[in-house]
Every structure is written in structure tokens, then in C-alpha cells.
Design a binder for this molecule. Structure first.
Ligand SMILES: Cc1ncc(C[n+]2csc(CCOP(=O)(O)OP(=O)(O)O)c2C)c(N)n1
Length: 748
């Protein structure tokens, strides 16, 4: 591996060995004959490159005495400074982790001179770092339109597609709805090995799919191809062949170690995307110097000749040579400039070492998921006022003259449908999309008629890919829209889950709240479809969602809850940037009865707008049915209806059972469930998710944490996938099991 010292000495010896060019060059002229890059800009880019190089050296120096916490560097990738100059400082940039020079160049372009301090603060985890505040070492800045990315390679690409979609969506719309300039281009960079990742492949595919349909998508993918991913080489020619074969992606390539060539190609690519509003990929051939990260012993897996060949292409040396050849710097001046930046980096590094770090858990989690329930309630009330006042006529029209509040009691599906119509009316930035939600109106008819009423611009069918659906949402939210994506079945969330976990749920955390991606993800799920469909249409596990920090999980148990809960989720997304999952129990979509055939007791009237405030439901607050004194049932979803039926039967035998509908699986309504448990001292947890990792475990823990000492039992679904047909019933919680457990608790 090339050591920091070797890299430094190599630069000095090569540049020191050059002779000055006579006469001196003109900074206003091209730095090389025929190149669009002027000498002036080349000098600025050189500065950005040497800042980045010295920051890499400093990262290892800081690490050597335990004050630095990150050593993945940008050395060899400094050509990306030219991509910054080819774009505008207002173009959103979602960057690869080797983007030190891009960051420094954009910072200079924006008239800021604090790139060195910003990046050093990231390396030492200073709480004053401008984007993540010490939560991670990322590239990001609120004033540079650089959105911080996670270190999960390629996971930001679907978001980039979504953001480009949002920018085009806002075009021509109301100015105040625009978060990014109308003609912005999304810059999205990554490494060569990342090209192979499923998430990257899906983003390229989605970009091509939109383009194929004639939809505009101003995104420039930038592949910084250093030929290797940690220790695995990209097969010669593979990355270029793969990128060029992508339908709908305009391909441009350049030597990323040659600053003038990179600048020319990047300018061509950015200008093309800006003018055409179509996706493109810029393939830059770069090198990786000093190994993957500080601790990586490159010699263990890479031939010496390959390491030497990479060194020979060092882009910082190449730029210095370019500038000396052009007569813009003498070798002495190039070295002096290099040294001056080096000293500056060391000086600032010593300053930031002593800066405060995150010092309390409260500080760490402050931006994770802000919750302002009063403002959320206010937002619901404001929407109600508009719907009941100036929005009346639009409502009448949207509902085809038949207002839902006048339609009599509705099913869960009808209620969600009506609430979505009201949401799309109330918020012009709300968008609804997913598989089959548009023309067909959803597999269960929940989104029926919405596309006809609001048009394909706001309600649309996506391609069949959950990663794209959630990535689109993550980008659209960042773009200022309020996305309401649908996942057709809970079982199909899992292949795309990281778009929620790693991407959407982390954005506020890693950007200290600067950037947010509000969304309400509708997911049809849970079991009890009368033996229909087998496992994948009856998936009953939400474990994968419950531990995502900050995520809100809402489960309406019926029409009586759904409208208010959905309104709360939408308002929380708007107000707090919330990432909410609205999990709709499929088996209850069209359920009408509770206790007996035709009692219609599981239907509920839709509240007219003036009532919306009164029925508002706060996140993390449960609903309690009855005041029974003998037993408390803690449940949610399908469990609520089953438990109410059991409660009625037990009431006939003289037992008072109160049934608590948790409504929110995250955050759990801990205060409510503990209070209701203590009221009877006998608790039955009815959990339709699996015994292991299921919701019941969380409920039990909440009781224990609060010091509940009464009796408690749990019924839960079996730890198995769900079989087809009636055999499904063998695995799920039944009313009989609930009743049996209740009776054993009651001693009856
Ligand atoms: C999804 C995922 N898998 C594995 C890793 C671990 N990892 C970090 S960087 C890296 C190699 C990436 O190579 P490349 O895309 O070529 O970028 P480079 O580091 O060469 O610039 C791997 C495997 C990761 N960050 N994310």
C-alpha cells in the first residue's frame, strides 16, 4: 500500500523535478489547447484537490493518536472536483464517500472557505460539524445542496431518481412548493463495484423506465471507477459495458485523473441532463490511492505493479503538471501552494480536536424523529377548516357530489379511500403511487377512482419494484412532496426494507434535521384472509419495522380508527418530516359485522370536516373499549375485533373485559397500556404477529419496564410461515385461543 508519506514525497519529488514553463500562461485562456477549462478554474480546482489530499493525510494522522474516527479517503478520486464545477452549487448532490475534492470545489464555488474545517470536524466527530453534528462522517452541507448519504453503498441511487422526479414534478408549479431550482440536476456518485449492487441496478432501470415512457428525469449518475471494491477487482471493461448497456441512460466517459478531460466530459454531461431533463451516466476512470481505508493492507491482495500503476496516475500530481506545463504555476509555486494548504489543514485539525462532542443521549437523538403532537393536531384542524370552508366546492366535486360523511357507515377500505381523497385535495404536494394503485385502483379497491379524480400526475402506477417505490418516496419527500407510496403486500416490503431503514429513517438523524423525507407508506398486510393466499398474502411479521428508530407504525383496526389515524400520519409527515408506515389489515378491508351477521358494527361513519379535530388521534395513544374490571386485553389490528367478540361472550358470563386497541405499534402507547393493565391486574396480550420477535414481546417489555406486577398471558401466532387453505388457521391466533387464555386468567 502506498503510505501517506510516500504519496506526499512522490508529489514533491515529481513536481520539484519539473522546470518552469516560459512564458507564463494566461489564466483566462484554456489550460490546454482545445480544453474548455480555463487556467483560472484549473487553479481553483487544484486548490480543491490539494485540500482533499491533505485532509486524507490528516485523517490518518488524527487516527494514529485516537482523535480521528474515519479514514476512508478520496485520494485518487480528486478529479470529482471538476464535476462540482460543471454543476451548480444549487444542484442537489448525493455523493460517494470519496468526494472530498467535490466538496471543497463546491464550497469554493459557493464562496465559502470552510471546507477544511467542515471535513475535519467530521473526522473528529465534532458536535459542531455542519451536517451530521458528530453522528457520522458524511459529506453534506445545508448551503451547498449536498445531502448526506449513508455508507450502505448504492442505497442512495433510488433516492436520486425520486429527487429528480420531484424536481420535474414541481416544474411550472407554485413557486413556494419548489424546494430545488426548477432546472436543477441531481448529481449522484458512487464507485465501480457499487454498479453491481441490486439497488444500483434497480435505480438505473427505473431511470431508464421513466425515460422510456417519455417522463423527464434530470439525474446524472457519476461512476467513479477505480477498478476495485475493497479487495475485489472489477473485471476489465465490465463497468463500462454494464453502464453502456442500460436502456435510457446517456453514457459519457472520461479519464478522471485528467482534470481538463474530466471537466470537459462533466460539463457536457451536466449540460446535457440540464437541457434534456433526461438521465445520463458519467463514467470516470480514477484510481484508489492508499488502499480502501486506513487499516487496509492493500499489498495482501493487489499486485505491486497494479499499485504502482495507480500511483502513476495520481490526479493531484497530474493537475500540478498540467498547471506547470501551462505556465500558470512554477514548480516552486505549486509546491508552495501544496504546503500552504498542508499547514492550514494541520492548524485547523489541532483546533477542532478540542471541540465538544455529542455529550448526552438526548443530544444524539434530538433530530432522529421530532414529535410535536400539538402542531400535528393544529395541522389536522387547519385542514379541517379549509375542507369545511373554502374547500367545500372542491370536495363536492372530488367526491362526485356524494360526500363520504353523508354516505352512511363505511368499511375500512372505503374510509381509507375517502381519507386519501381528502388528503390529495388538502395538499397539492401529496402524491400517491405504487403497483396497481392507479388505473386498477388497488388490488382491494382502496385507491379506486383516485387516478380519475386527480390525474396520473398525482396518482400513478409505478414499475414493479418495491425498492424503486420506496426510493422514489425518499427522493420525492426530499424534493418537497408528500409521498404516499403503497406496498402491495407486507411480504413484499422486505426486499426493499433498507430504503426505509437505512435511507428514509436516517436522513434527519444524519443531517441534524436539515434534510427530511416525509412519507406515509401504506402497506396492505397481516393475516386472516380466510385461508386465501398462503404466506405471502397473509404475512404477519412486523419485526423488521418495529426496531427502526423513529419510524411510526400505525395499524387501524377498522373504519372507526382509520381516517383519523391516516390524517395524523399525513400531518406528522408534513409537520415533523415523519416517516410513517400505515399498515392496513387486509382481512378487515371489507369486514362489516362485529358480533353477528348484518349487525354492521365494524363499519363507521366518515366524519365531516368540522369533526376532524374532535376525533383526532395522537401518535402513541391507544383506544380503550369498555371499563371491564376483571381483565384487560392488549391487542391491535385483527385482534381487536376478535377480542371484542370474546369480551362480549365473557360479559354474558359476568366477566368485565376491557379491550385496548394499541393503534400504534411504534411508538407503543406505553402509558395507556400500563394504566389499563393496572386497572384490572390481569392482562391478556393478543398478538397476531409471531410469538418470536412479535409485537407482544414489546408490550410485555413495556409492562415490565413500568413495574406492572399483575398476572399476564400472551397468545400469539406460531413461529412459522403461513400455509395455504384452512391449514392457515393452525398457525394463527383464534378466537377460541383468546377465550381460553382469558378464561384461564379469570379462573373461569
Ligand atoms: C450494501 C453494502 N455492502 C457492503 C458494504 C461494505 N463496503 C464498503 S465500501 C465497499 C466497496 C465499494 O467499492 P466501490 O463501489 O468500487 O467504491 P470504492 O470504495 O472503490 O470507491 C464495500 C463492499 C457496504 N458499505 N454496503
Amino acid at each position: 500500500m502506498t503510505s501517506p508519506q510516500q504519496l506526499d514525497e512522490r508529489f514533491r519529488s515529481i513536481i520539484g523535478g519539473l522546470s518552469a514553463t516560459e512564458p507564463a500562461g494566461d489564466p483566462a485562456s484554456p489550460v490546454r489547447a482545445g480544453a474548455p477549462l480555463t487556467g483560472d478554474d484549473a487553479l481553483k480546482l487544484f486548490d480543491a484537490q490539494i485540500i482533499s489530499r491533505h485532509l486524507d493525510l490528516a485523517a490518518r494522522w488524527l487516527r494514529s493518536f485516537g482523535e480521528g474516527f474515519y479514514t476512508i479517503g478520496s485520494a485518487g478520486h480528486e478529479g470529482n472536483a471538476a464535476v462540482a464545477f460543471a454543476s451548480r452549487p444549487t444542484d442537489p448532490a448525493l455523493l460517494h464517500y470519496r468526494s472530498g475534492a467535490f466538496y471543497a470545489a463546491r464550497s469554493a464555488q459557493a464562496g465559502r472557505d470552510d471546507a477544511i474545517r467542515d471535513i475535519l470536524r467530521g473526522l473528529v466527530a465534532s458536535a459542531t460539524e455542519p451536517i451530521a453534528g458528530g453522528r457520522h462522517k458524511v459529506f453534506g452541507h445545508p448551503e451547498l445542496a449536498i445531502v448526506p448519504m449513508t455508507s450502505t453503498i448504492a442505497s442512495h441511487l433510488p433516492r436520486a431518481v425520486g429527487l429528480a422526479y420531484a424536481i420535474e414534478h414541481a416544474r411550472g408549479g407554485r413557486r413556494k412548493d419548489r424546494r430545488w431550482p426548477e432546472d436543477a440536476v441531481v448529481i449522484c456518485s458512487f464507485g465501480d463495484a457499487s454498479v453491481n449492487h441490486a439497488v444500483a441496478a434497480t435505480a438505473f432501470n427505473a431511470a431508464g423506465w421513466f425515460d422510456h415512457r417519455g417522463e423527464r428525469l434530470p439525474v446524472l449518475f457519476v461512476c467513479e471507477d477505480n477498478g476495485i471494491g475493497i479487495s475485489v477487482e472489477s473485471p476489465e471493461g465490465w463497468v463500462g459495458a454494464s453502464l453502456q448497456a442500460r436502456p435510457g441512460l446517456h453514457y459519457i466517459a472520461a479519464d478522471g485523473c485528467d482534470l481538463a478531460a474530466t471537466h470537459e466530459a462533466a460539463t457536457e454531461a451536466v449540460d446535457w441532463v440540464r437541457a434534456q431533463r433526461r438521465p445520463a451516466v458519467l463514467h470516470l476512470s480514477v484510481v484508489r490511492l492508499m488502499g480502501h481505508a486506513g487499516a487496509d493492507a492493500e499489498v495482501a491482495y493487489r499486485a505491486r505493479a497494479d499499485i504502482d500503476a495507480a500511483e502513476a496516475r495520481d490526479p493531484v500530481v497530474a493537475t500540478a503538471v498540467l498547471l506547470v506545463d501551462a505556465g500558470l504555476l512554477t514548480p516552486e509555486e505549486a509546491l508552495a501552494r501544496y504546503d500552504q494548504v498542508g499547514w492550514e489543514v494541520r492548524r485547523v485539525a489541532e483546533e477542532v480536536i478540542g471541540e465538544p462532542k455529542l455529550g448526552s443521549l438526548a443530544e444524539v437523538v434530538a433530530p432522529l424523529a421530532p414529535r410535536r403532537p400539538v402542531r400535528v393536531a393544529r395541522a389536522v384542524a387547519d385542514a379541517a377548516d379549509i375542507a369545511a370552508g373554502p374547500g367545500q366546492a372542491a370536495r363536492l366535486e372530488a367526491f362526485g357530489g356524494r360526500l363520504p360523511e353523508k354516505a352512511g357507515p363505511l368499511t375500512l377500505a372505503q374510509t381509507i379511500n375517502a381519507t386519501l381523497i381528502d388528503a390529495l385535495l388538502a395538499n397539492p404536494r401529496a402524491l400517491l403511487f405504487g403497483e396497481d394503485v392507479g388505473v386498477k385502483g388497488g388490488v382491494y379497491g382502496v385507491t379506486k377512482g383516485l387516478r380519475e379524480r386527480f390525474g396520473a400526475r398525482r396518482v400513478f402506477d409505478t414499475l414493479l419494484d418495491e425498492t424503486t417505490i420506496l426510493g422514489l418516496a425518499a427522493g420525492a419527500g426530499l424534493g418537497g412532496l408528500l409521498p404516499v407510496p403503497e406496498i402491495q403486500y407486507l411480504a413484499y416490503l422486505h426486499n426493499a426494507e433498507d430504503q426505509l431503514r437505512g435511507e428514509a429513517a436516517t436522513l434527519q438523524f444524519f443531517s441534524s434535521g436539515t434534510y427530511r423525507n416525509p412519507m406515509v407508506v401504506r402497506v396492505a398486510g397481516l393475516a386472516y384472509q380466510e385461508g386465501f393466499g398462503g404466506h405471502f398474502h397473509n404475512d404477519n411479521s412486523v419485526a423488521v419495522l418495529r426496531d427502526i428508530p423513529g419510524l411510526v407504525i400505525a395499524v387501524p383496526s377498522g373504519a372507526a380508527e382509520a381516517a383519523a389515524m391516516l390524517r395524523t400520519c399525513l400531518a406528522a409527515a408534513e409537520v415533523d418530516g415523519g416517516v410513517c408506515v400505515f399498515l392496513e389489515p387486509i382481512a378487515l378491508y371489507h369486514t362489516r359485522d362485529l358480533h353477528s351477521a348484518d349487525d354492521n358494527a365494524w363499519l363507521a361513519p366518515y366524519a365531516a370536516p368540522p369533526e376532524w379535530s374532535r376525533e383526532h388521534m395522537t401518535i402513541g395513544r391507544a383506544r380503550v373499549y369498555g371499563e371491564g374490571e376483571h381483565l384487560t386485553v392488549l391487542t391491535f389490528g385483527n385482534g381487536v375485533r376478535m377480542s371484542l367478540r370474546v369480551a362480549a361472550r365473557l360479559a354474558e358470563r359476568g366477566f368485565g373485559v376491557r379491550v385496548v386497541d394499541l393503534r400504534w405499534l411504534q411508538p407503543l402507547p406505553a402509558a395507556d397500556l400500563v394504566r389499563e393493565a393496572s386497572a384490572t391486574g390481569r392482562v391478556l396480550i393478543v398478538d397476531e404477529t409471531r410469538r418470536s420477535g412479535g409485537v407482544g414481546e414489546g408490550v410485555l417489555a413495556a409492562l415490565v419496564d413500568a413495574g406492572y406486577v399483575g398476572a399476564v398471558r400472551r397468545v400469539a401466532a406460531a413461529d412459522t410461515f403461513i400455509p395455504l387453505g384452512n391449514a392457515a388457521k393452525l398457525t394463527l391466533v383464534s378466537e377460541e385461543a383468546i377465550e381460553q387464555a382469558a378464561r384461564s386468567l379469570l379462573g373461569a
